[in-house]
Design a protein around this ligand. Structure first.
Ligand code: NAP
Length: 313
């Protein structure tokens, strides 16, 4: 049996991402011991009950003791304070990382507290679901998804490589970027789509002349696909928009221009413009399937009952 990559992994926060890292690391034998903590006593008790980590402790400071890998798996807005809490308790030479969906603001908030004798290698696994909490994680979440590392200038290359190896062990592909570039890429691929989904769902909810029950009943027309994204954790997404303000506003400006073009095409009855636009966007969907970032199955692979058969058959 090969030795684990890390002797002791400390997870601060145990929700969808922390819980998935714990389950994957345990399955793959990536850490000799896994220690976890969560903010509330209720979540800590549930993590202990789940039995997917070796120890559950009460405080962040206790969790990081003698750990050679520490990963903050908490909302972006809480990372600075957590870094401050753990700073004096970190083992020399430890790798300290996070999983925040925003990088520049988090890197800045954490870096100012961390001592010079640890290696800070921020990360963002681009994988998720709309669920949260200790029960929501699963070991396969990161398989064939990308994990972006954003090491600050001067970061020890071995530490970056070792964290990359950890993520590869969880099944992810690894890419390195600057925090600023990460924030632009994610603003358009993740943050803007979430904002649009949050908008559409509330627009539908507040419409006059169409009842809420009609919106739900006829949601298979497209609406329900937005509701999955709009059901994402409110704390996490509040923090994303507060901490990636500039990049999101820039992408929102581009989006509003494109929306105006489509609005004009509809108003003018310009079928050619609409057809050309929709043809280009269809090609993007095919591209995503081709590079294995989604299933080729139609309708997101939803199962359709067979005509003439009852559910029990
Ligand atoms: P989650 O399921 O809601 O879990 C959050 C964890 O953080 C819980 O253990 C929670 O403890 C703790 N927590 C909440 N507020 C806190 C605070 N103010 N201070 C300290 N701890 C706090 O969230 P998640 O989806 O795993 O997200 C965690 C991080 O991963 C976020 O930074 C997010 O940006 C990033 N991320 C999320 C996704 C996604 O799709 N969800 C994808 C990639 C990256 P309690 O249970 O005790 O409240």
């Amino acid at each position: 049996m090969t030795a684990p990559l890390f002797q002791r992994l400390a997870l601060i926060g145990f929700g969808l991402i922390g819980g998935s890292i714990a389950r994957g690391a345990r399955l793959q034998g990536l850490a000799g011991e896994i220690v976890a903590t969560a903010r509330s006593a209720g979540s800590r008790a549930r993590v202990a009950e789940l039995g997917v980590v070796d120890r559950v402790v009460e405080t962040n400071a206790e969790a990081v003791k003698d750990a050679d890998l520490v990963i903050l798996c908490i909302p972006v807005g809480a990372c600075g304070e957590a870094a401050q809490e753990i700073a004096a308790h970190l083992a020399p030479g430890a790798i300290v990382s996070d999983v925040g969906s925003v990088k520049a603001a988090v890197v800045k908030a954490m870096a100012e507290h961390l001592p010079p004798n640890v290696h800070f290698v921020p990360a963002h696994p681009v994988a998720g679901t709309e669920n949260s909490g200790p029960d929501s994680g699963f070991a396969e979440l990161f398989i064939n998804r990308w994990c972006i590392l954003t090491p600050p200038e001067g970061t020890n290359a071995d530490a970056t490589d070792k964290l990359g190896a950890f993520w590869r062990g969880l099944g992810a592909n690894v890419e390195i970027m600057t925090p600023e570039h990460h924030d632009k890429v994610l603003a358009v691929t993740s943050h803007l789509p979430h904002l649009i989904a949050y908008t559409i769902v509330s627009t539908a909810q507040e419409l006059e002349g169409v009842t809420s029950s009609e919106v739900l009943k006829f949601s298979a027309g497209g609406f329900r696909d937005f509701t999955r994204i709009a059901a994402s954790d409110p704390t996490m997404w509040r923090d994303v928009f507060l901490n990636n303000k500039d990049a999101v506003l820039e992408m929102l400006g581009e989006f509003q221009e494109d929306l105006s073009k489509l609005t004009r095409a509809i108003r003018r009855g310009d079928g050619e413009a609409l057809f050309d636009h929709f043809t280009r966007t269809r090609a993007i969907r095919r591209g995503i399937v081709e590079i294995g970032q989604d299933e080729a199955a139609a309708d997101f692979g939803r199962k359709h009952p067979q005509l003439g058969k009852t559910a029990a058959e």
